[in-house]
Design a protein around this ligand. Structure first.
Ligand code: NAD
Ligand code: MG
Length: 400
């Protein structure tokens, strides 16, 4: 049966990789809906290529985009904004939602997809960082399926026994002999540079990742290693483990995408070229396998694989993420919000790369929010997110 797919965040880097695979399998997968927020020319070209039934754009441009589709003789339903994203994510015709919007903006539609019992291919790690418990509870209650696209989490998923994979990815530790998860990190473009060199980094240098080609926000997160911090929190929720069961190791070659350590001493790892098409193809076709179009790994071309302990002074964001995870959900919401604002300020030339960690730390200690209770819902989460964004903007205003 053809799987009907909605790609939310279709104009981004993950969107590109997902659509490249989908284009190769027109009989297996139907591109039913797309969304895009910027680069609407590209979205229009994707509409011409895939002819989806529905498309979501920012509310302000719904009419204009509908006119452009009409002029191109395309009969596609155009919806707008968050309501439009939710509408697509919960559409009865949609089987699978590729959640590839960047940042907190992706949370409402990803959660809506979970509540509609969809198969979710999750790239939007920020949704779990902000609302891990709510998301996982929704997945369980509504019998949704959550498959990680983040290469590390996808690697771990692949290294876990099928019995865990099929239980919405939760590890009931002890029973399955999982001792620890190892998240690998490339260390980003400044691994070999000093802190003071990192301080002077330009935007162009910071977004130029040595191994992966990605969107700007996640590229900056990789340079500060906040990305690994967000991934640590993501892994805690996805696999139901406390942060002390998850270690981070720098592996500059990005060949081993992560590992599971078992109590008998076995380390299971997933290896591959650093290409997001591999985890996306895995999740699309799981439990089967399809050709992702990524370059097979040439083992003979590999030189030594290195493993380095992260320097938590240079990469303070990683320390902050652990701290926030220990402190609880309200802290991870604050950290995520502060980081989004700080990264945007860096990209706008307002602060230095190394200021991001300081700003995040000030927000973590300075934002006063009450502890979320077990029944907290998305409105409570978004309220904390709003307070944290405002507070962070005031820190940045003082710095500038
Ligand atoms: P990107 O910036 O290339 O694309 C982001 C997409 O989200 C675009 O389609 C954009 O139009 C849309 N978008 C942005 N702001 C929006 C808003 N306010 N409302 C609705 N849509 C909006 O980002 P990316 O690199 O593709 O990353 C997407 C997500 O996947 C992020 O959460 C990132 O952490 C995660 N991820 C990416 C990679 C990668 O290799 N790029 C790897 C692992 C995880
Ligand atoms: Mg990753």
């Amino acid at each position: 049966m053809t799987q009907r797919i909605a790609v939310l965040g279709a104009t981004g880097s993950i969107g590109d990789s997902a659509l490249a695979i989908l284009a190769d399998y027109p009989h297996e997968y139907e591109v039913y809906a797309l969304s895009g927020h910027q680069r609407l020319d590209k979205l229009l070209a994707l509409c011409q290529q895939f002819i989806p039934k529905r498309v979501c754009v920012p509310t302000a441009v719904v009419d204009e985009f509908a006119q452009r589709l009409k002029a191109a003789a395309l009969d596609i339903d155009v919806v707008g904004g968050d309501a439009g994203l939710n509408d697509i994510a919960t559409d009865n015709q949609v089987d699978t939602v590729v959640a590839a919007i960047v940042g907190a903006a992706g949370l409402p539609s990803t959660l809506a997809a979970a509540r509609a019992g969809k198969r979710i291919l999750l790239a939007n790690k920020e949704a779990l960082v902000m609302a891990g418990q709510v998301m996982i509870a929704a997945v369980k209650t509504h019998h949704a399926t959550l498959l990680p696209l983040d290469s590390e989490h996808n690697a771990i998923f692949q290294c876990l026994p099928p019995v865990i994979q099929q239980d919405n990815t939760q590890i009931h530790d002890r029973c399955h002999g999982v001792r620890k998860l190892w998240l690998t990190a490339s260390g980003g473009p400044f691994l070999q540079q000093s802190f003071s060199q990192m301080q002077q980094a330009s935007v162009a240098e910071a977004v130029k990742h040595p191994n992966w080609s990605m969107g700007r926000k996640i590229s900056v997160d990789s340079a500060t290693m906040m990305n690994k911090g967000l991934e640590l929190i993501e892994a805690c929720h996805l696999f139901d483990l406390s942060e002390d069961k998850i270690d981070v190791v720098i592996h500059p070659q990005s060949i081993i995408h992560s590992m599971v350590e078992y109590s008998d001493g076995s380390f299971l790892a997933q290896l591959g070229s650093p290409d997001m098409k591999t985890p996306i193809a895995h999740a699309l076709s799981y439990p089967a396998r399809i050709n992702s179009g990524s370059q097979p790994l040439d083992l003979y071309a590999l030189s030594g694989l290195e493993f380095i302990k992260p320097d938590l002074q240079k990469f303070a964001c990683l320390r902050l993420a652990r701290q926030a995870m220990q402190a609880g959900t309200q802290a991870t919401i604050v950290l995520n919000a502060a980081n989004e604002i700080a990264v945007a300020a860096f990209l706008a030339g307002q602060v230095r790369l190394t200021d991001i960690a300081d700003i995040n730390e000030q927000a973590l200690t300075g934002v006063q929010v009450s502890t979320l209770n077990a029944n907290a819902d998305i409105d409570d989460i978004l309220a904390i997110d709003t307070v944290a964004r405002r507070y962070t903007a005031s820190i940045i205003a003082k710095l500038a």
